[in-house]
Design a protein around this ligand. Sequence first.
Ligand code: GTP
Ligand code: MG
Length: 447
Amino acid sequence: MVLESLGSSISSAVKKVLRAPVVDEKVVKELVRDIQRALLQSDVNVRLVLDLSKNIEKKILEEELPPGITRRELAVKVVYDELVSLLGGERPQPPKYPKGKTTILLLVGIQGSGKTTSASKLAWLFKKQGYSVGLVCADNFRAGAYDQLKQLAEKAGVAFYGERDAKDAVELAVNGVKKLKESGTEIIIVDTAGRHKNESALIEEMRQVAEAVKPDEIILVLDATIGQQAAQQAEAFNSATKIGTILLTKLDGSARGGGALSAVVATKAPIRFIGTGEGIEEIEVFNPKRFVGRLLGMGDIESLVEKFKEAEISKTGKDTMSAIASGRFTLKDLYAQMQAMRKMGPFSKILQAIPGFGMNLPKESIDLTEEKMKKWMVIMQSMTEEELTEPHIIDGSRARRIARGSGTTTKDLKELLTQYKISKKYIKQLVKKQKRMQGLKGIFTAR
Ligand SMILES: Nc1nc2c(ncn2[C@@H]2O[C@H](COP(=O)(O)OP(=O)(O)OP(=O)(O)O)[C@@H](O)[C@H]2O)c(=O)[nH]1
Ligand SMILES: [Mg+2]
């Protein structure tokens, strides 16, 4: 069996849903099982797996579909949302360190993960934010380490401490921190050594360095290209020195960084920054939404959601056509039309395209703007299925509930219902008049 990273196995589970001809209960159950398996294989706590997957299943199967959203779309969106929240939620969260005090950051990670490069990137970034910054080279293992960091410190324009030929890494780190602290440096970044082999010695050294330096935050530097090994690495470091945050490097290549998800789960530490190149400026605050989109292989989830919507609209468009042809025209049809029309551009054109809108009313009596259309769509989203198909049942108490639920007023609702009635009446006349003509379709599919 090929051991996939947590990210890529979830990604393939979601792709299965995307490929399924219909998304029914069976497909959803399989998705949930796949996700459970992926999580369990990554040693995620059983309790957490059950909670998470139950949550996903419930949301996909029981949530009422918003108009124009398919179950498939919902399924992808639910998984996406859960992963985003697992990775820290909506907004990127840049760290805030106190001014006028010393904060010590210790970078750990295996050889070649990008510690030294990332140390200088962080230094550059914090300096730009107005902090005084210093870099400490605590790597006495690799011959070139001292010169590498010294040069990068010059590039970033920050202080540097290092000792050529130092014997002891712990002493080296302590000396550096002491020296920079004395000179009033606000953020001290300690770069440590990596190892090829003999990782237990590395882990032990990190433990000792951390104990001596007492960092405010230990940053695990993780190479995005390593896949499943990420979990083991993260765990090994985390058991020796409590990892505070993760910095994910080399996301500029083709790597999706799926291993990072396992690392986050293993350490419960959030990803704060990502490295997107070799240059000193190529660092970004981690953005969970963008990352999950990429992880699921969807680049930009918005465009996917958009695509599903389009498909759904053309389908409802057809349904609406036949509804109209038979003289049946509900608020649902009106909603679908508005949604489709909004994508078509100039509002004046939209007005002309919806039967009855803007035609039967004097222009000045109704200020039909994009705003208003949006408001009406929100109102319709607050209605029940029954109210949408049988609007005449909307009485006073229902009206108040709908207005409350949509953050509008009953006056807004009344206005919408009036418009709906005018549209419906107009359509009836239209259907009668043009019964034998085929031109009707053209009105609705105007591009
Ligand atoms: N493309 C790309 N390359 C990176 C990134 N971060 C680091 N690198 C490259 O990865 C290689 C190793 O980076 P270092 O910063 O020296 O790694 P290290 O963890 O300090 O390595 P050791 O000190 O030997 O343990 C270098 O060639 C860097 O240029 C990144 O975000 N993108
Ligand atoms: Mg290094």
